[in-house]
Design a protein. Sequence first.
Length: 181
Amino acid sequence: MATPLKQILDYDDYAAIPPDGKRYELIQGDVHVASAPSPRHQWASRKLERQLEDYFEGRGIGRVFNAPIDVILTRNDVVQPDLVLVTDPTQISSRGIEGAPELLVEVLSSFTETYDRNTKARRYAALGIRHLWFVDTSDRRIEAYRLEGSMWSPVLEGERDDTLTHPDWPGLTIRLSEIWL
């Protein structure tokens, strides 16, 4: 008798995926695959990361990580957002980030936008991620959301050369002109 394939994958299955240059994620045990990001995507991610590092790491109130890094939300939910802010150092392990971090940033592409805005955002809300940002390099736009109850509530948005100040972190200013390629 043949052994049936697993219907819901877990972290052990995820960890056994051989490296092939693609980014894999698990959402409720379903595997999702993404190709490598574009240069504009990588530029925006890196430049935004530096601004977040200056603020959070400069004040000693958090650590910022960039993809690829495993964020292990549950045994069946493992994601690789573009940027991750961790304010609880006990969440940093040898496997990755364990549990819901303070902030996840998704840099959108035409291939991932629907998945990031719908599938991932719903799961992030269900698992208690407090802050979620979307960076759209095509429209040169950032949207920042805060979890209120079980729903995402817009906190701020900006585009092009705007300078944004986030109300939840006094003094955090994001200079959008610096993140576009």
